[in-house]
Design a protein around this ligand. Sequence first.
Ligand code: ADP
Ligand code: ADP
Length: 221
Amino acid sequence: MIELQNVSKSYRTDTIETLALQHMNLSVPAGEFLSIMGPSGCGKSTLLNIMGLIDEPSEGTVALAGKEVTSYNGTKVARFRNEQLGFIFQSFHLINDLSVVDNVELPLLYRRVGAKERKRLSLEALEHVGLSNRARHFPTQLSGGQKQRVAIARAIVGRPNIILADEPTGNLDSHMGNEIMEILMRLNKDLGTTIVMVTHDERMAKKTHRLVRLSDGERVS
Ligand code: ADP
Ligand code: ADP
């Protein structure tokens, strides 16, 4: 489902070059729930951004869902990202002046989905995360765990094959963190969604199928 071959990424400024990833090979089969751990600055976000087609590798190739995407142009990347990928972030990234249901339907606005169908799919996604009763609320009226559930609904509303999650439980207490993990595990199991999750929490990582550790831009396990 996700295939990285010999991927390197360097960031250049006038004076310094930072090697964020070095010769990374990683293969994530369809249906896997993979976690990624490693110390701050080891390249976890860079790796996730490259898998998510937010960042381009300096070297190497990326294939997603059987398509070699490294050569795609901007428009094609944007469409592919919208159709195949869902993103979840530590800080939720919700839009505070849109209602919950309006936040959830955002990915569908980029497609030719009519207003009524957008609403139906969004309410269905909210039901999936147990938040149907908050559809008309605004993000500022929700707890952290609820905000993250809205973000998950938004990530799944377009039925992506892959979900990329950057420390989804990082801002939550352990109770809410566990709830979020339960939802992700259910998505993975019931819908077969491939999930790659960056985490600092060994207990969360233990619940996934496989753990890859990074250090200084390289895989150490
Ligand atoms: P992690 O997510 O594991 O904390 P990152 O992927 O954010 O690590 O960063 C990996 C390395 O790349 C770090 O040394 C970081 O300082 C550097 N880096 C990340 N983004 C940039 C950027 N936009 N410009 C320059 N250096 C960057
Ligand atoms: P938790 O204990 O899970 O952190 P909160 O105590 O933050 O949850 O919120 C409890 C309930 O009250 C939640 O269901 C939330 O939707 C609602 N709520 C929280 N803050 C507000 C607010 N400012 N306006 C309206 N409802 C709110």
